[in-house]
Design a protein around this ligand. Structure first.
Ligand code: KIV
Length: 272
């Protein structure tokens, strides 16, 4: 949706982008420094994902992540952007039991972080929560297909939406979240053809996380394509940088200069 005249991305820009066939771009961000870089690069939205569990907090999954974990890092991201739309991810256990609980969590993110919207996982099962949050004036991005918070129930990182019944389930979930008022829906790890069907049928934009090229936008976990992730890199990720190598070389050069006395020089020191 890159467009210099858009001063601040709003939900209407997501809708316009779908209508005009302009691709929407999104990246995760977990801190103010990368948020400012991605914002200047013209990325349309930043998701403060509960993938912070794997990328910030050292967990194996997103399951242990809490609202209190995500509030301060979401605030950092929101404080650093001028144009990008910032979406706070509602973590596992913060919205499932009732729409009251979901609304309470959404209110916390909106009041305490400066985020512009929230995201939550689930189609039909989360429709009531989405409806309630939207009715309170908070934009919701939905998330269907592979939903990492349910990875133990789904049997690991398993592609969703395969076969006739898989596609039907995906369509049912997609219709439910659109009907509930979501402004966009993430489709994670579903076959391209299934994502194309959902994209053609829905009025709201579909955002692909490993759902192929036919979606209205793409979202990636930035550490995956930046060469920082040390664990499993999904097949749908393409490498764009090797930040780990850059930092490794810089850290070794700095330590060698300290050892040899080449750093600090008088230019890096204060006079009496
Ligand atoms: O937390 C996250 O980064 C996500 C994306 C993978 C959609 O939910």
């Amino acid at each position: 949706m890159a467009d210099d005249v858009v001063k601040r991305v709003r939900t209407r820009h997501f809708a316009n982008a779908k209508q005009q066939g302009i691709k929407i771009t999104g990246l995760t961000s977990y801190d103010m420094l990368t948020a400012a870089i991605f914002d200047r690069a013209g990325i349309d939205f930043l998701l403060v994902g509960d993938s912070a569990g794997n990328n910030v907090f050292g967990y194996d999954t997103t399951v242990p992540v809490t609202v209190d974990d995500l509030i301060p890092i979401t605030r950092g991201v929101a404080s650093a952007v001028k144009r990008a739309f910032v979406i706070a991810d509602m973590p596992f256990g913060s919205y499932e039991t009732s729409s009251d609980e979901a609304l309470h969590t959404a209110f916390r993110f909106m009041k305490e972080t400066g985020a512009h919207a929230v995201k939550l996982e689930g189609g039909v099962r989360s429709a009531e929560q989405i409806r309630r949050i939207v009715a309170a004036g908070i934009p919701v991005m939905a998330h269907i297909g592979f939903t990492p918070q349910s990875e133990h129930q789904l049997g690991g990182h398993v592609i969703q939406g395969r076969g006739d019944s898989g596609v039907e389930q995906l369509l049912t979930d997609a219709r439910a979240v659109e009907d509930a008022g979501a402004f966009a829906v993430v489709l994670e790890m579903v076959p391209s053809e299934a994502a194309a069907r959902v994209t053609a049928e829905l009025g709201i934009p579909t955002i692909s996380v490993g759902a192929g090229p036919h979606c209205d936008g793409q979202l990636n976990v930035w550490t995956d394509w930046a060469g920082l992730t040390t664990g499993r890199i999904p097949k749908f990720v393409k490498q764009y940088a090797n930040v780990a190598q850059v930092l490794d070389e810089a850290a070794k050069a700095w330590a060698a200069d300290v050892a040899s006395g080449a750093y600090p020089t008088p230019e890096n020191s204060y006079d009496g």
